[in-house]
Ligand binder design. Structure first.
Ligand SMILES: N[C@@H](CCC(=O)N[C@@H](CS)C(=O)NCC(=O)O)C(=O)O
Length: 213
């Protein structure tokens, strides 16, 4: 059995953050497909046996079960010795950006993409609100990246791996991504790292209507 097992599915950018980290580190891992769209992660059994929070991703490392992508990335950086902070100041900065990512950069954009791009709700007051909040977060990251290659320091860290999690999907969100050249250059820099792969090449998709290529 591989050393690491990752519970998730291809559509989950949060699971992709961990899958990408594992791949960039050259870790021995396998995905464990969670039928999120079929309700598996909302079932009592999943909450009792896999994650009481009812979420993916969950990483199993030799029987240790971890959830929350930021915590998992921090754990892996420590265990593998890659993409972590060089000192306590960097560690604090990395957490500052991971928290911003979880609260704003990922969450508004991911929820917008889920409703608008996957569920195809069409425009609603909710999608309008989510897009305005996502655009505000994009603006902050765009400004941060105007004069730097990576989020913290001068090399890729788990802050980058967390924050790019939803940026390689191409489902419609109604956001003009061309308006964010610094973000686009940064995602290309991360995509050039050895071991990078697209989320749909790392984990099986589960959304209804998906047909295997
Ligand atoms: N902050 C969490 C967010 C995880 C999360 O929201 N995962 C989604 C799938 S991308 C999920 O499982 N949602 C289930 C729910 O909210 O009920 C992380 O970074 O791991």
């Amino acid at each position: 059995m591989p050393e690491y097992r990752l519970y998730g599915m291809g559509e989950s950018g949060n699971a992709y953050k961990v899958a990408l980290m594992l791949n960039l580190c050259g870790a021995d891992w396998e995905p464990v497909f969670v039928d999120f769209f079929g309700g598996e992660s909302r079932a009592a059994e999943y909450r009792a046996e896999v994650n009481e929070m009812g979420e993916v991703p969950v990483l199993d490392h030799r029987g240790l079960r971890l959830s929350q992508s930021g915590v998992i990335l921090d754990y892996l950086a420590g265990v593998v010795g890659k993409f972590g902070p060089a000192d306590v100041n960097e560690a604090r900065e990395i957490w500052r950006w991971i928290l911003f990512d979880n609260h704003k950069f990922t969450s508004y954009f991911a929820t917008l993409r889920f409703q608008f791009g996957l569920q195809k709700t069409g425009e609603t007051p909710v999608t309008e609100f989510l897009r305005s909040r996502a655009l505000a977060a994009f603006g902050i990251v765009e400004a941060h990246l105007a004069d730097r290659d990576f989020i913290v320091g001068d090399r890729p860290t788990i802050a980058d791996i967390s924050m790019v999690g939803y940026l390689y999907y191409d489902e419609e969100t109604g956001i003009d991504r061309a308006a964010f050249p610094h973000i686009n250059a940064w995602t290309s820099r991360v995509a050039a790292l050895p071991g990078w792969a697209h989320p749909y090449d790392l984990m099986k998709r589960g959304f209804p209507g998906f047909r295997a290529p």
